[in-house]
Write a protein that binds this ligand. Structure first.
Ligand SMILES: [Ca+2]
Ligand SMILES: [Ca+2]
Ligand SMILES: [Ca+2]
Ligand SMILES: [Ca+2]
Length: 454
């Protein structure tokens, strides 16, 4: 019995130390649960933020698509007849698409010490076309060597004959891995990387993020990639100046046929009478002289005709010197940079600067190329004529976007061609890997917005 009582007592009154242990165990368990809650809570926060970032990224991707549609709509409505839409006629920064926003990263020609990106669509016809440019024109590009220019010509010409300084399959088959010379036209500017003598530094220059302005890492020497000379001025790569897409339809804006001034004398007389009346038409005809014409360009025709610039502007849409259905690789004198203009025959560096200055003084883009004759003189205009235009039918949209809460940065480059019925995207390149490209001001603004939504 006594043993029973003892054992009961023992059960009823546990040793003091045992009760403490239970309390400690309970406390540990509680602490464990709290920690687990905290850990789960924390990881849930991360998971949520991750999901939020993921969603923001997808929204940004959709905004890039939306921006592409917007660009095509703009070109369909504002670029009829090949007019490059002036930058102040449409919105191109911080454009909302649902909870996302996008920017068109643009270019201000010759603003190479700027730190703030320009916004807007970019004219591909402001660039030199590497499929049509002559050796001399290529050699005029900043950073170009005679050997590289020769290798570019060998790359695109059909034969396997190595021109002086050039390269054909013989050279490329020795590369590792070996490849053949293309012997056909370039399909993208980046294809230049396959050409002998070309490398990343030459193609992209100091502009590692391809936004046309000097970012901090592009002006700090070797401290951060890319290598640069820290001189406060952006040395862009060749890609800034070249294109493969420029071509324009050789028809009037309404789609009807042009008058070939070299072949259709009767139609030319009718066109002049219709636009200027008989007395003035006769004056122009007299100035042009009788007999067959051999004008190499409409600019040459203008120079020979003695017309005024406003007169020629009236008929420029209706005349041609070519039977081709498309004119390839012409440079738009209303949008090209000094560097590109200076590559063209008949235009030296001083005249290129003069043309850009004269253009900036104009209220609106000139409808024809006639205005350049004043700066170039008759002889220069005749030389430059076959390579210039005042029209644009290919535009690039360099689109950067962020999603909700200013997160999920995305970027893609689209080239839109509107030579046909409706504008079409002919090229697309993902530029996410090029990193932040919207400059310090937008960066600060978006960082503030992110801070507020934390
Ligand atoms: Ca070749
Ligand atoms: Ca840059
Ligand atoms: Ca650097
Ligand atoms: Ca520099």
């Amino acid at each position: 019995m006594s043993t029973g009582t003892d054992s009961r007592d023992a059960r009823a009154v546990p040793p003091a130390g045992g009760r403490g242990s239970v309390l400690i165990v309970v406390l540990w368990v509680a602490l464990g649960l709290v920690s687990l809650t905290l850990v789960f809570g924390h990881s849930m926060t991360f998971a949520l933020r991750g999901a939020d970032n993921d969603l923001a990224g997808r929204e940004a991707e959709q905004a890039v698509e939306g921006a592409g549609r917007y660009a095509r709509w703009l070109l369909a409505n504002m670029a009829q007849g090949g007019q490059f839409p002036p930058l102040d006629t449409y919105v191109s920064e911080n454009v909302p698409v649902g909870l996302a926003r996008f920017w068109f990263l643009g270019r201000m020609p010759d603003a190479l010490s700027s730190r703030t990106p320009a916004f807007g669509l970019v004219d591909e016809c402001a660039k030199l076309n590497i499929n049509t440019a002559s050796r001399a024109m290529l050699e005029g590009l900043p950073g170009m060597t005679p050997e590289l220019a020769a290798a570019i010509l060998d790359w695109r010409d059909e034969d396997e004959q190595i021109r002086e300084g050039g390269a054909e399959s013989e050279t490329y088959l020795l590369a590792s891995p070996a490849y053949a010379c293309k012997n056909a036209r370039f399909e993208t500017p980046e294809e230049l990387l396959l050409v002998k003598g070309m490398d990343w530094a030459l193609l992209y220059g100091e502009d590692a993020n391809r936004n046309g302005v000097l970012d901090a890492n592009e002006n700090d020497g070797d401290a951060n990639a890319p290598a640069d000379n820290a001189d406060g001025v952006l040395a862009p790569g060749l890609i800034e100046y070249v294109t493969v897409w420029s071509r324009e339809p050789n028809r009037r804006a309404d789609g009807s046929a042009r008058v070939n001034v070299n072949q259709q004398a009767t139609q030319l007389t009718a066109l002049l009478r219709e636009n200027f009346g008989e007395p003035r038409a006769n004056e122009i005809a007299q100035r042009l002289g009788g007999g067959p014409r051999h004008d190499a360009s409409v600019l040459e025709f203008f120079v020979r005709s003695g017309m005024t610039v406003p007169e020629f502007d009236r008929i420029c849409d209706a005349v041609t010197v070519s039977t081709a259905s498309f004119l390839e690789g012409l440079v738009n004198v209303n949008t090209a940079s000094e560097a590109v203009l200076a590559c063209l025959p008949g235009i030296d560096a001083t005249q290129a600067a003069q043309l850009v200055a004269q253009r900036l003084a104009q209220d609106e883009p000139a409808p024809s190329v006639a205005w350049v004759a004043e700066a170039l003189g008759a002889e220069g205009a005749v030389q430059a004529g076959p390579y210039v235009t005042a029209r644009t039918y290919q535009v690039s949209a360099d689109i950067a976007a962020v999603g909700r809460h200013a997160r999920g940065y995305r970027r893609a480059l689209l080239v839109v061609d509107f030579t046909g019925e409706a504008p079409v995207v002919v090229y697309r390149k993902d530029l996410n890997a090029a990193g932040w490209a919207l400059g310090p001001a937008v960066y600060e603004q978006l960082a503030l917005e992110r801070e507020e939504t934390r």
